[in-house]
Design a protein around this ligand. Structure first.
Ligand code: PXG
Length: 299
């Protein structure tokens, strides 16, 4: 039977992918069905972004990748400098100046069985592409999100600080969001405090103070989150990392999300309730402008 996938799922045939030391056409970029990244979600990754030919905070991303790998006892088969070179070579091969980069390290090919000792060598691949996570107009109008019932992974189960290939926790939450007709969902931790969204960190503004959940709440230590905290401090805005609950979301004057793909995006509705006056707030708008200036200025 001649069965072809719909065009939108076919990879761009001109796309070049870095796979284990070689840059190859997308059609030749394959992983084995015996790769433990695929069999068990055993691996780590990073999502990065290039602006005007420069990857934003590449060093910080590679540090997080190294920490994620260390946390799962995976020895990266490439040095930091080799990963930097491979990332830029992949962008260059695709002539991408402004775009997204996905850097993936899997446990590698092995036999069946959970044990990482049953694998030989980790696999590394790097995919670049254009990414648009949310529709453009939402950056102006603000977006609606929901609180979801899926609890964020317990930090002593799979630490959310590990950017691992095990994203089912977030995917289950994302499905709940999509079923509710929105793009994102707030995930609460096992204690009932706000953790983060499925692929973004969350901030609130209450009476002029910028608030966000602490890393100890069980979140990914977002690189965009760190950059925004620096911008908040540069503006000398009152700021606190503190446990937040659903009530804090509902009474906030402003809310926004941060992430590599999303950048900074206003949230104007949570669980059908307007946040503040239902429009993106002034501090959110200021930080969106500051973040744009930061990435265009190169750090
Ligand atoms: N929390 C989670 C669970 C994430 O996955 C963030 C927060 C934000 O972190 P950074 O470091 O990006 O500011 C993330 C990152 C995608 C995609 O394809 C997701 C992320 C990043 C890039 C692309 O959905 N999530």
């Amino acid at each position: 039977m001649d069965f072809k996938p719909p065009q939108k799922y076919a990879p761009n045939p001109d796309l070049k992918i870095f796979v284990n030391g070689r840059i190859v056409p997308a059609a030749e970029a394959m992983v084995s069905v015996f790769d433990h990244g695929l069999l068990y979600g055993d691996g780590v990754f990073e999502g990065l972004r290039s602006y005007s030919g420069r990857v934003f905070r590449l060093d910080r991303h590679l540090q997080r990748l190294e920490e994620s790998a260390r946390a799962i006892r995976l020895e990266l088969p490439m040095t930091r400098q080799e990963l930097v070179t491979a990332t830029y070579e992949t962008l260059e091969a695709n002539k991408i100046i402004d775009g997204y980069v996905r850097l993936v390290v899997t446990r590698g090919v092995g036999t069946l069985g959970l044990s990482p000792r049953r694998t030989e060598c980790p696999s590394v691949f790097i995919i670049t592409s254009q990414i648009e996570l949310y529709p453009r107009e939402l950056y102006e109008q603000g977006m609606a999100i929901i609180s979801c019932s899926v609890v964020r992974n317990h930090p002593n189960a799979i630490a959310p600080r590990i950017k691992s290939l095990n994203y089912l926790n977030n995917i289950l939450a994302k499905i709940e969001a999509l079923d509710a007709g929105v793009h994102e969902a707030v995930m609460y931790n096992h204690l009932g405090y706000v953790a983060e969204c499925t692929g973004d960190n969350i901030f609130l503004v209450r009476e002029g103070t910028v608030l966000t959940s602490p890393v100890a709440a069980g979140i990914l230590e977002g690189i965009t989150r760190d950059a925004v905290i620096e911008l908040v401090q540069r503006r000398k805005l009152p700021f606190r990392e503190t446990d937040l609950n659903r009530h804090d979301l509902y009474v906030a004057n402003e809310c926004f999300l941060t992430g590599t793909a999303a950048e900074v995006i206003p949230v104007t509705q949570i669980d059908g309730r307007p946040i503040g006056n239902g429009q993106p707030g002034p501090i959110t708008r200021q930080l969106i402008a500051d973040f744009k200036a930061l990435v265009n200025g190169g750090e």
